[in-house]
Design a binder for this molecule. Structure first.
Ligand code: ARG
Length: 459
């Protein structure tokens, strides 16, 4: 197929270079957006009377036909077209003839590709947002049924203080909420039209940029034509927001992987989300969270690739930017599938071992802070109380005892402020219940937060 620029060149392209240069293999994903963008552009050229109304209808009908053929599986964008933009233009010309050659009036592939990509991303962001909401709802449902389930809370991976399991799960709702806010922000900057910036300088053809922006649902237009065709910040922001989603998914994945080990035994995987080993008959492997944890690296890699891609690239469009698509497409696909898989895992893949959880918070020193706070309640300064409890913990550890195993007389040897009522305060349920500070794990706080989330998520 002759290239559109063939008259300018004496020789044809080396076949390897032709393939090397092409992006059709991946940018065919933008086919519907490319057609949508071209229809808006053609309508605009009709409005400004650059094209006659019959030319505009021929072009639009042609583009609609291409779309229908594509959706019916009768047409697929492929080489030898270099990219999706040429592909659709070539197909249009083959369908409607000379008039098709008028479509590219007053635009360049530089503003066209930026427009297509923004349309595609905007739609993806909306899909991702609704997937995140689904995952939030799953976490909320699991939290609702585990308000009074206790789980050890850790700092430095050392037992710290017992928690309501619901409180632990609600922490993920907060992270996911920030993720949603970030995507909303990114969407604002995605939703700006570069169309009409042409190659880099604008055009002398009579165009109406606000018209195409409105047709395509963009909130506003880029003010500077050079910036319009060279801005890839929105791509980086999208992948960056996605990388943070992955970090959150990876964190819960890691926790689930630990929880289902024999060593922890806090939970087990149901058969719906576990896989067996090819060799060891006893195994039930947490492949789903492991895969999510593994795929996180891939999205971080895309972020690095894009940041490096834009580094030191002079204004305006440079072919380097063709490299933005694969990381973006893969990021969107990866995070969507990971969010979906995690939602299934939370909904039907995990069962908590309530007995083991209860036993584990009974058998440690995670109530030591409460012992110190007990003395604080008896007007002992916190630092003094802390030292006293430190000594008690040491005493118990050496004798393989827990705090609750001490007799009241033993307590009194360490401080006269101890009384019989100390034992109730050491009970894990009471320990958790007492954390009534705003945002704490106390049951009343957790119940309040669950209500807030129900309102926020409209369930
Ligand atoms: N396939 C190109 C890309 O993805 C389209 C824009 C090409 N523009 C150019 N001046 N060569 O970036």
């Amino acid at each position: 197929m002759a290239k559109v620029w063939s008259k300018r060149f004496d020789n044809s392209l080396n076949p390897f270079i032709e393939k090397f240069n092409a992006s059709i293999g991946f940018d065919k994903k933008l086919i519907l957006e490319d057609i949508e963008c071209s229809i808006a552009h053609a309508k605009m050229l009709g409005k400004t009377q650059v094209l006659s109304s019959s030319e505009v209808s021929q072009i639009i009908n042609g583009l609609e036909t291409i779309k229908d053929e594509y959706l019916e599986g009768k047409f697929s964008p492929n080489p030898p077209s270099e990219d999706i933009h040429y592909c659709i233009e070539e197909k249009l010309i083959s369908l409607i003839g000379e008039t098709g050659k008028k479509l590219h009036t007053g635009r360049s592939r530089n503003d066209q590709v930026g427009t297509d990509l923004r349309l595609w991303l905007r739609k993806e962001i909306d899909i991702i947002e609704s997937l995140i909401i689904d995952l939030q709802i799953s976490f909320l449902n699991l939290a609702k049924s585990n308000i009074y389930t206790l789980i050890p809370g850790y700092t430095h991976m050392q037992r710290a203080q017992p928690l309501s399991l619901a409180h632990h799960l609600l922490a993920y709702l907060e992270m996911l909420q920030r993720d949603r806010e970030r995507f909303k922000e990114v969407r604002k900057r995605v939703n700006v039209s570069p169309l009409g910036a042409a190659a880099l300088a604008g055009t002398k053809i009579k165009i109406d940029r606000n018209f195409t922006a409105k047709e395509l649902g963009f909130e506003k237009i880029y003010k500077n034509s050079i910036d319009a065709v060279s801005d890839r910040d929105f791509c980086i922001e999208f992948v960056s927001a996605s990388a943070l989603v992955m970090s959150h998914l990876s964190k819960i994945s890691e926790e689930i992987i630990l929880w289902v080990t024999d060593e922890f035994s806090f939970a087990k995987l149901t058969d719906k989300c576990a896989t067996g080993s090819s060799l060891m008959p006893q195994k039930k492997n947490p492949d789903v969270p492991e895969l999510i944890r593994g795929k996180t690296g891939r999205v971080y890699g895309h972020l690095q690739a894009l940041l490096t891609m834009v580094k030191g690239v002079p204004l305006a469009y440079n072919k380097d930017f063709q490299e933005d698509k694969e990381p973006i497409f893969d990021t969107a696909e990866t995070i969507s599938s990971c969010i979906k898989a995690m939602t299934i895992l939370i909904n039907e893949g995990i069962e908590f071992n309530i007995k083991n959880l209860a036993a584990s918070v009974e058998n440690d020193f995670s109530n030591a802070t409460d012992l110190a706070d007990y003395l604080v309640g008896k007007h002992v300064p916190f630092r003094t109380a802390y030292q006293v409890v430190g000594e008690i913990v040491k005493y118990c550890s050496e004798r393989k005892l827990l705090l609750r195993n001490l007799k009241i007389d033993e307590f009194k040897k360490f401080h006269s402020g101890f009384d019989q009522d100390v034992f109730a305060e050491l009970e894990p349920l009471n320990v958790v219940k007492s954390r009534i500070s705003e945002g704490g794990t106390g049951f009343t706080q957790v119940e309040k937060e669950i209500k807030n989330w129900q309102k926020k998520l409209l369930i």
